[in-house]
Design a protein around this ligand. Sequence first.
Ligand SMILES: C[S@@+](CC[C@H](N)C(=O)[O-])C[C@H]1O[C@@H](n2cnc3c(N)ncnc32)[C@H](O)[C@@H]1O
Length: 342
Amino acid sequence: MGPVGLVKLSGGDEVTNPDGFGSRETDSQNYVHNPVMVSEVLNYISMAPIGMVVDATVGLGGHAAQILEAISSSTLLGLDRDADALALAQTNLGKFEGRFRLVNQPFSAIAEEVTRAQTSGFASAGPVVILADLGVSSMQLDDSSRGFSIRNEGPLDMRMDRASDVSAERILNEASFDELFHLLRDQDEPHARRIAQAVVEHRPFATTTELALAIEKVVPYHMRRGRIHPATRTFQAIRIAVNSEGSELDRLLLDGIELLVQGGIFVVISYHSGEDRATKRAFLSASTGGCVCPKALGCVCGAVSLGEVLTRGAKLPTSAEISGNPRSRSARLRAFRRGGGS
Ligand SMILES: C[S@@+](CC[C@H](N)C(=O)[O-])C[C@H]1O[C@@H](n2cnc3c(N)ncnc32)[C@H](O)[C@@H]1O
């Protein structure tokens, strides 16, 4: 059984998600628990040895509860940079007391936290599983005071870690035109130039609604009437910048692969193409050891493979899952098994 009385619809990327779920309760007592692609996650991690699982994005503990329930001999180290989420996870995982430890750290600190878990006796070896369910949680998205959502008016915040001093407001009001243009273009925003121009002309912005309206005014007319809000990619681009999501993920992928014990499994669930590309690239490069020798000649460069990619293409949620949890629709799961190389 999962956490009682909590709704957690994980997978909170608005880019590919339709309207219609913006009005969920933000009161955590009313949250229902619904983590993404659970059976696929459990299926992959059932291949791992028994030991410490690291949930790098523990959120409200949705996946963590399922893992602790399914593998009764496992222990779990959960990381999240959002202290509010961790407080809820601590309660939600209450029945597993003694088998989990939660730390308020970014997942780029995974190496230090794994070492700490070992030296303090929580774990006797490195992780047997690393799970990363990327992006924002529904709790973050639905709480208008966090400023993640286009549809709920709130301050332009978007910090997962509320102790950080970089907010969306700061980036929008202080970045140069060029910086904004590149942020947007990197997220494949087709109207990056116009939007960056509009931001520079109409700032300062204080709320999500002010920003969304300014963007609506400058995009072509047909986009204002579409199913996807025209400010969606801008919100995503700013969120990624506020939380340094690109460099965080690169670090996690690199260190995570190194840290896994032999036979250990790494599962990543992404919600936009940038995350999925980075995951695919990191897993592929670890499996080849970086070798680019022509296949016909065989490897002559001495590269050492660190393991094998378990997913040929990214795995997608089933249509039944998508209809029950629309926020799962953009999920892409990739898995990797650590071999013996180092
Ligand atoms: C989609 S939610 C995970 C939900 C979780 N799997 C569950 O079932 O409850 C993503 C979580 O990752 C956290 N997060 C995102 N980037 C992070 C990072 N770089 N370091 C640590 N936590 C991060 C967010 O704060 C959020 O709580």
